[in-house]
Design a protein around this ligand. Sequence first.
Ligand code: PYC
Length: 311
Amino acid sequence: MKIIDSHTGGEPTRTIVSGLETPRGAVATRDFLEKEADWIRTTLINEPRGFDAVVGACLCEPEDSTCVTGVVFFNNLSCLHSCLHGTIGIVETLAHLGRIEPGEHRIETPVGVVTALLAEDHSITVKNIPSYRFAEQVEVTLPDGQIITGDISWGGNWFFLISNQGPEIKAENIAALTEFTRTVRDSLHARNITGEDSGEIDHIECFAPPQPGIEADSQNFVLCPGSAYDRSPCGTGTSAKLACLAASGELAEGDNWRQASIIGSVFEGSFESIPDSDKVIPIVTGRAFITGETTVVIHPDDPFKHGIPTP
Ligand code: PYC
């Protein structure tokens, strides 16, 4: 199996580029990975080959023949519905391999088709699936009695978006932010607070004005499923935020929103309205860089050939 590593705004993507047979279609490939081949995920993401923040990408033949590829993303916990930093990573990877040229490319995911525009300068702009704010100003009580208020929004994953509450959003507070957002997520689960159709809220996103020296409209901290935080501003999280900004009228269609991550990397965002709908199409621009090309060796005698199991 050959993999190519990249990062998008600091967040790694590990793309399987050959040596693995998958079913046709992103949904069938997700089911295959979840039900029959979870070892692929643990082999590539768990230590000693990977670490918590790595997001894997399994390319597959798309069901929709207008798409250049299908893709299923996964992390140290499970498959993800979608991932936009990863989409930017796979587009750069396909360009690196000479499989695509600058231009527009449709990509099939288990939750819909996204469109990626690869520019000559290698900036990559992704038009996401329809996104929306599902619930506004939802209160959740933490075990210490603190009441936290947030919006529930879909941007390709389910997010709970918290503004100006919890630890200050700065890199020195990553441990405290991780603990805070994990407590919020556990409390949402304990109170059965979900997205539409009982969709599990597995991403928690805190926002505040950016730290001095960071040129952006907002800075965030995003807890991903598991306990890793997103080094990038999180493309699906930025989409969820854009849907909230659109719903509250704080951002107009076509206007730009610069979203910084906890480490200061930035995605440019905007949205297009969908006629007669409360949903919007988020548009997110970023860049990815290739960091390595590897042949994966799985030695039969290696006790950790499929990764160190997660306790
Ligand atoms: O960029 O959408 C994203 C993402 C999801 C999880 C990690 N990154």
